[in-house]
Design a protein. Structure first.
Length: 337
């Protein structure tokens, strides 16, 4: 039996149905991400698991027991939010110790557990600082320590890194993953950032309008989107109607609605390619050049449609706006939806 099971979960706010028959099961020790655009219901689902919201219908099981209507404090679930929500009048040590003090844990044990948690989140030396004396990343690490010190069975993280700058965010992503492994916790992480979901998850649940659109490991989701939404949300696929694609390649297309192609699987050249049956070929005018760190995104206008092409940024400007370029893509890289 899976460790966490959500069975036909529905949630209404008045007339507005925010969660629609959500079913999912999570294994013990798994790191799961709920990914999706703003308003799709990720946080609501997380809050239902935490018990901070009541479900309208459906059941929630944790470790073999039904917890649908169990008080949040009895669920043994820890939650971290985007806002650090630390006690401003308590220093780092006291913030972390707070939950254990409430549970009347023995003083020596509190000290040992708080020290351990402080070491885990690399905050040694900051014990006497107050929240206002800490950076956003440090405050979020205090929130993480305050949560893990109570040894919850399940760690729920609601966009915990979205207010933190890109570089620090990467290092905190790895730290959270390491702590998850070290403590053998089961974690559910909410984000709207597909890169973050890819980096962190064993399994991603992609949500849209209160339903789970697709789930799978990051590789499956990236390479085999099952819908236009999944293709556009993960991997920034080019989406072409079957009619336009047929016109471009000069062949009849299978009876499908769309063809999707990943930008990094299209090759670009300033000289025409030699024909090879394995590929489709296009040519058009270069109308966009967008450096994005380690890749450059080129946009090529093929008249019927524009295609995005990603290539590794090796530091040199290879193509000029307005120039004619030639593209090719392997036939088996074009996915029919
Ligand atoms: N307490 C509430 N009362 C009424 N409607 C709510 C409440 N909380 C959330 N909603 C609505 O439920 C829907 C889902 O909200 P939710 O916060 O779960 O989405 P989300 O996917 O987490 O979005 P975001 O990434 O922006 O936080 C939204 O339309 C929101 O307006």
């Amino acid at each position: 039996m899976a460790y966490i099971i959500l069975q036909d979960i529905e949630k209404y706010y008045g007339e507005n149905q925010v969660l629609k028959k959500i079913n999912l099961s999570i294994e013990e020790g798994e790191f799961v991400t709920l990914l999706g655009p703003s308003g799709c219901g990720k946080s609501t689902l997380l809050r239902c698991i935490a018990g901070l919201e009541q479900v309208s219908s459906g059941k929630i099981f944790l470790d073999g027991k039904e917890i649908t209507h169990v008080d949040p404090r009895e669920r043994n679930v820890g939650m971290i939010f985007q806002q650090y929500s630390l006690f401003p009048n308590l220093n780092v040590y006291k913030n972390i110790a707070f939950g254990l003090k409430m549970k009347k844990v023995d003083r020596d044990e509190i000290h040992e557990r708080v020290q351990n948690a402080i070491n885990m989140v690399d905050l040694k030396g900051k014990e006497r600082k107050y929240p206002y004396q800490l950076s956003g990343g440090e405050q979020q690490r205090v929130a993480l320590a305050r949560c893990i010190v109570t040894r919850p069975k399940v760690l729920l993280l609601d966009e915990p890194l979205s207010a933190i700058d890109a570089k620090l965010r990467k290092s905190l992503q790895s730290r959270i993953k390491e702590i998850h492994k070290e403590l053998g916790m089961t974690s559910i992480f909410v984000t709207h950032d597909q890169d973050e979901a890819m980096t962190m998850s064993d399994t991603i649940y992609l949500m849209k309008d209160g339903v789970i659109e697709q789930s799978g490991n990051p590789f499956e989701l990236y390479s085999s989107p099952k819908s236009n939404f999944a293709a556009s949300f993960i991997g920034n696929y080019n989406i072409l109607s079957a009619k336009i694609f047929s016109d471009l390649i000069g062949e009849e297309c299978p009876q499908v609605s769309n063809i999707v192609i990943r930008p990094e699987l299209i090759e670009i050249s300033s000289v025409d390619y030699e024909m090879d049956h394995e590929y489709y070929y296009f040519s058009g005018e270069l109308v966009g050049i967008l450096p994005q760190g380690n890749i450059i995104r080129y946009t090529v206008d093929l008249k019927e449609v524009k295609l995005d092409v990603d290539i590794l940024n090796n530091g040199s400007d290879l193509y000029q706006l307005g120039q004619q370029v030639f593209l090719r893509v392997k036939r088996n890289s074009c996915i029919s939806l």
